[in-house]
Design a protein around this ligand. Structure first.
Ligand code: SAM
Length: 462
């Protein structure tokens, strides 16, 4: 017999439930269906938990998990010993975790020694669940002392939870800063200079969103570094400073892709550098939390043909696929606060004005045609900037692009009623930004675009 959840919910009563469980005890699919249905609120009074207890020995972990969940729902200490035994001895981490959670839900002082003991478990999921159960007893000094001992736990989630609960550093917590405030001197500003120099004059907690495409390592004429290490070191400095100037809990999206450095001669191999992967480690180490990887997918005709040789010879090992993707790596400045905290900083009106209405991209693969340009060889397609800016900032925010190029990010930001801040090292590109900006329509809040040399910018900021 195939049971459906709805049929069960409608037809179950106290007398037929234990009968049904016995009939289906060897058919895992039906049994799970029954147990899941039993967790429905409307069947709360129909379920007599003692009918199920023998299933805590069932071979199937999913069945054991469901029964433990049902026992936990009772929130009674009656089953404490049974659950404690499961929490310590079951083979499945999921079942053990549910048992610890069920004990936590009892919120009874009697469970404290057991939960404290579970803090020593080798499975971090169990420890997390025990922490959760113990946090209910925040007025118990013994519990607090035991929890604080986990501050150096080898598991990062455990360390972070304990840090947030007991060691949050309020001294550096900029909650007093006005999250939506922007210094007028930085609104719609483009500076011709080295971003590392410019960043020195930008105060802490200034930027709402950074979206950028850094120079590619030795792949284009504007990006010559002495070594790959020097290149990564340069990016490290830029994004470390960007972290400082970013407001609490706000986002950085970096567009990169692996690059190939051509071979010296036919006797040598070319080398491919995995920039997004190497950079990821650097960023997360310094305090950017990794959030998402979005793939920018381009049509195959628009990229360099690398597969031609293989097309001819078809010899394994010589396969080189056409690279049709770039990465948009999404990071958030580390904070203990949830995204809701950021959102609540804005007045209701701003939230409404910023809503992403109509169609939006639902997957992390974004199919967008690249854009070519007669002056700059690597510009953002405006559509890419539009999506990023709409999804990751609010109207009136300050959007930063440290590697402005032709200024696409800034122009799109302004067209979406955000303010822009950009730096661009190359004076030809800087002039090009000015030229393209002249063709722009209305400017948000009537704040004119301003263009500074680094010298002028310093004067303004000091
Ligand atoms: C990939 S391009 C960015 C293109 C840009 N997204 C656009 O839509 O036009 C990188 C830019 O970074 C600039 N750049 C390189 N090093 C820089 C530095 N130290 N400071 C500021 N800009 C720099 C380059 O001149 C280049 O225009």
């Amino acid at each position: 017999m195939n049971l459906t959840r709805n049929a069960i919910v409608h037809n179950l009563n106290k007398s037929n439930l234990s009968q049904l469980i016995n009939i289906h005890k060897d058919n895992v699919g039906d049994l799970l269906c029954l147990l899941e249905a039993c967790s429905s609120q409307s069947l709360k009074n129909v379920v007599n938990i003692t009918d199920f207890l023998f299933l805590t020995y069932h071979d199937n972990a999913k069945v054991r998990y469901q029964i433990v969940k049902l026992i936990g729902r009772e929130k009674t200490t009656t089953y404490y010993n049974l659950l404690a035994n499961i929490a310590q001895n079951d083979k499945s981490s999921l079942v053990r975790r549910e048992a610890v959670s069920s004990i936590g839900r009892m919120k009874d002082d009697k469970t404290i020694p057991f939960l404290v003991n579970m803090l020593k478990d080798a499975d971090p999921n169990i420890v997390c669940q025990a922490i959760r159960g113990l946090l209910v007893f925040k007025n118990n000094d013994y519990v607090i002392d035991e929890l604080k001992k986990l501050i150096n736990h080898e598991n990062e989630t455990i360390r972070l939870t304990i840090k947030k609960e007991f060691f949050s550093d309020n001294k550096h917590n900029p909650t007093n800063f006005n999250h939506i405030y922007i210094d007028d001197r930085l609104k719609n500003v483009t500076i011709n200079g080295d971003v590392i120099e410019v960043l020195k004059y930008i105060p802490n907690d200034t930027i709402h969103l950074t979206f950028t495409s850094p120079p590619y390592y030795n792949a284009r004429d504007y990006s010559i570094y002495t070594s790959y290490e020097a290149y990564l070191e340069f990016l490290k400095t830029v994004f470390f400073e960007t972290l400082r100037v970013t407001k609490e809990g706000r986002f950085l999206i970096v567009n990169t892709s692996p690059v190939i450095v051509p071979r010296i001669s036919r006797a040598h191999s070319s080398k491919r550098y995995p920039i997004p992967f190497d950079l990821n480690h650097i960023l997360t180490e310094m305090g950017w939390d990794f959030i998402d990887d979005i793939i920018w997918l381009k049509p195959e005709y628009s990229v360099k043909n690398r597969v031609g040789g293989f097309q001819q010879h078809r010899k394994p090992l010589g396969y080189k696929p056409n690279a049709v993707t770039e990465y948009l790596m999404v990071y958030r400045k580390h904070t203990d606060k949830l995204l809701d905290w950021n959102i609540h900083q804005y007045p209701h009106e701003t939230v409404n004005d910023s809503l992403v209405v109509g169609n939006f991209e639902t997957s992390n693969v974004w199919q967008i045609c690249p854009k070519s340009d007669k002056v700059h060889s690597a510009i953002f397609p405006p559509e890419l900037c539009q999506r990023i800016i709409k999804y990751y900032s609010y109207v009136g925010d300050l959007v930063f692009d440290p590697f402005g190029g032709s200024g696409t990010c800034g122009r799109v930001a302004r067209s979406l009623n955000r303010f822009s801040l950009m730096t661009e090292l190359n004076s030809d590109y800087f002039d090009y930004i000015k030229l393209l900006d002249k063709k722009e329509g209305k400017i948000f809040n009537q704040i004119e675009n301003k263009y500074y040399t680094i010298k002028d910018f310093k004067k303004i900021m000091l």
